[in-house]
Design a protein around this ligand. Structure first.
Ligand SMILES: Nc1ncnc2c1ncn2[C@@H]1O[C@H](COP(=O)(O)OP(=O)(O)OP(=O)(O)O)[C@@H](O)[C@H]1O
Length: 266
């Protein structure tokens, strides 16, 4: 039986490190309830409910086309929704008051190819009103220190992705929504970035990170597993392995899908 009630949807264990201290304004940075979205007249998200606690890294996993990007677009407020609710930092998604408080890195490059890494990040710093003090810091954090003067158009795909990430990080947003940020990266760079994500969550930021790479699931505090526009399960990596009896997340995901299909009588 998959999670469906809103009481179920916080992966157990996730809020523990993310629970607000007394007096703070609530544990969930992102709260999605009963979300339905259609694109091009076709339903692509159906009754999606999930939360991302403050101070946690939640992995959004599922096969290509299952609706991960659409869910992220709804969370950052650029996707029309049919029904349900999406709340970020206690405000409706897309609210003007959220500007600068959410960082979003899309799969497509959202930086200017004709500008250098440094100029791109400086531009985003100016947009966020943070000044230039953090520019070199975030460029170093994504491992582009030596390439900061190079035009983004002359970077490799993975380097350009990291330039996008630096632009999202420079405003020090409270919520980060990252659509496959590690795609095309070598294992060492991937490792560095996950350390960075962990440091951000330790500092209280909420991160929702989509990935095709199931092994990255083990690095997350909580997982939202999607299939065909629905949330198949929301749970911790440990729960995923324990529930399925599998040793690796990709096998566990397949086992969950199969058990779901049996439940559907297919
Ligand atoms: N502009 C659009 N018009 C119509 N359908 C769309 C549009 N964009 C996406 N879709 C469809 O919506 C569904 C969900 O797409 P989405 O991009 O959210 O999936 P995803 O899980 O992020 O996929 P991937 O992992 O391949 O990036 C897919 O079936 C896709 O074909």
């Amino acid at each position: 039986m998959m999670n469906s009630s809103s009481d179920d949807i916080l992966p157990t264990g996730v809020p523990r490190r993310a629970e607000p201290s007394a007096g703070s304004c609530g544990g969930a940075a992102i709260r999605v309830a009963g979300l339905d979205v259609s694109r091009g007249g076709t339903p692509v998200l159906r009754d999606v409910s999930m939360t991302v606690p403050r101070g946690a890294v939640v992995g959004l996993l599922g096969p290509s086309g299952c609706g991960k990007t659409t869910l992220m677009r709804a969370i950052v407020g650029v996707q029309a929704i049919a029904s349900g609710s999406v709340t970020v930092l206690d405000r409706p998604a897309g609210d003007r008051g959220l500007r600068g408080r959410i960082g979003y890195v899309t799969q497509r490059l959202s930086v200017y190819p004709d500008l250098s890494v440094r100029d791109n990040v400086s531009y985003f710093a100016a947009l966020s009103g943070v000044g230039s003090g953090r520019v070199d810091l975030v460029i170093d954090q994504v491992g582009l220190g030596e390439l900061s003067r190079r035009r983004v158009g002359a970077l490799s795909g993975g380097e350009a992705n990291r330039a996008s990430l630096a632009c999202a990080l420079v405003g020090d947003p409270e919520v980060l929504v990252l659509d496959e940020p590690t795609v095309g990266l070598d294992p060492m760079t991937r490792e560095d970035l996950w350390e960075r994500f962990r440091a951000l969550s330790d500092a209280g930021r909420a991160l929702l990170i989509s990935s095709h790479v199931m092994d990255e699931a083990l690095r997350c505090d909580g997982l939202v597993l999607m299939r065909r526009g629905r949330v198949l399960a929301a749970l911790t990596p440990g729960e995923l392995l324990a529930r399925t009896g599998e040793e690796t997340p990709d096998r566990a995901f397949l086992t969950l899908i199969r058990s779901g299909q049996e439940g559907e009588g297919r």
